[in-house]
Design a protein around this ligand. Structure first.
Ligand code: IPM
Ligand code: MG
Length: 364
């Protein structure tokens, strides 16, 4: 039986509530599976700024460097909104991604049948949607130099640099092919190679790598066209791989078509480290009210079990438990519709744990 060390960074807003829920589920997985999880907490985001003067204190980073995986809640809130970008809670996120070299960000977009009416798309378009956006996370215009606001001929000019090395592209593209192999074996690579040189290189590397994965059906789309196809034919996608900035934008679009931002987990993977967090933010307006949807964080734990610890059986049990709970009609306010059972964070968590026990009995 494995022993796994997890760094827990609850962060701001609803972060602590939803992470507590996910830990409760994890403790039940521990009981059912016999594996054990050692948790240690660290500060990140606004709360770290308040207590330590910076969004990612050194002791937090050290804790993450010693852990097998990191579970993060959310960062940010109105209290820190007026700070300069270099001092904001979000900076902690950007720093940790870079420091742990988390180059592949996995954002699944899945339409759950019981929630299909929540999708802004027509039911027949949304039905069956189940794809994953793999966004490169440590390069591109986010980190490229030179950057800044400069003076040229007495006028201000803003500069950011889109930059990718061959190796940076190759490692994320390989990861995407590998994940496609474990899914429905279809990969869509997204670029803007009709305009950008960086994208031309991206496409070249994807073509080179595709020779090593002949079973994977490959398609290339320009980013603008892809944005359109995601709302026209979402169920045709399996794995989408793209750079940092395009992935930032497309993953929000992908999230909204599922109709349930509160349901979407994410994984950020490197060679050595991995971080798991819900796609949604810290939702300061509902923090402390006990109504936040814990499902995205619970599903992030499921991704952790799959990608960091190779516990596929346990990962699937959590996913099935979530679906079963939705089928039973439990809904937090963000996904509520008429005739369902309106519940808070705690009740939703307990209902998922009950379903988990049932699923485990049925399957294992
Ligand atoms: C995301 C967010 C972040 C990003 C912000 C908060 C820096 O939008 O995780 O998608 O742009 O990467
Ligand atoms: Mg974003």
């Amino acid at each position: 039986m494995g022993v796994y060390k997890i760094a827990v960074l609850k962060g701001d807003g609803i972060g602590p509530e939803i992470v507590d829920s996910a830990i409760k589920v994890l403790r039940h997985v521990e009981k059912l599976s016999g594996h054990s999880f050692e948790l240690e907490e660290g500060l990140i985001g606004g709360i770290a700024i308040d207590q330590k003067g910076e969004p990612l204190p050194k002791e937090t980073l050290d804790l993450c460097l010693q852990a097998d995986a990191v579970l993060l809640g959310a960062v940010g809130g109105p209290k820190w909104d007026n700070l300069p970008t270099s001092k904001r809670p979000e900076k902690g996120l950007l720093q940790i991604r870079k420091a742990l070299d988390l180059y592949a960000n996995l954002r699944p977009a899945k339409v759950y049948e019981p929630l299909i009416q929540a999708s802004p798309l027509k039911e027949e378009t949304a039905r069956g949607t189940d794809f994953i956006v793999i966004r490169e996370l440590t390069g591109d215009v986010y980190y490229g130099e030179p950057r800044g606001i400069f003076i040229e001929n007495g006028k201000r000019v803003g500069i950011n640099t889109m930059r990718y090395t061959e190796d940076e592209i190759r490692r994320v593209v390989k990861k995407a092919f590998e994940i496609a192999m474990k899914r429905r074996k279809k990969l869509t690579s997204v670029d803007k190679s009709n305009v950008l040189e960086v994208s031309g290189l991206w496409k070249e590397i994807v073509e080179e790598e595709s020779k090593n994965y002949p079973e994977v059906e490959l398609e290339h789309l320009y980013v603008d066209n892809c944005a359109m196809q995601i709302v026209r034919r979402p169920s045709s996608f399996d794995v989408i791989v793209t750079g940092n900035i395009f992935g930032d934008i497309l993953s929000d679009e992908a999230a909204v078509i599922t109709g349930s931002l509160g349901m979407l987990p994410s994984a950020s993977l490197g060679e050595r480290y991995a971080l798991y967090e819900p796609v949604h933010g810290s939702a300061p307006d509902i923090a402390g009210k006990g109504i936040a949807n814990p499902i995205a964080t619970i599903l992030s734990v499921s991704m952790m079990l799959r990608y960091s610890f190779n516990l596929e059986k346990e990962a699937q049990a959590i996913e099935k438990a979530v679906e079963k709970t939705l089928e039973k009609g439990y809904r937090t306010p963000d996904i509520y519709s008429e005739g369902c059972l309106r519940v808070g964070t705690q009740q939703m968590t307990d209902a998922i744990i009950k379903s988990l026990e049932e699923v485990w009995q049925e399957l294992y």
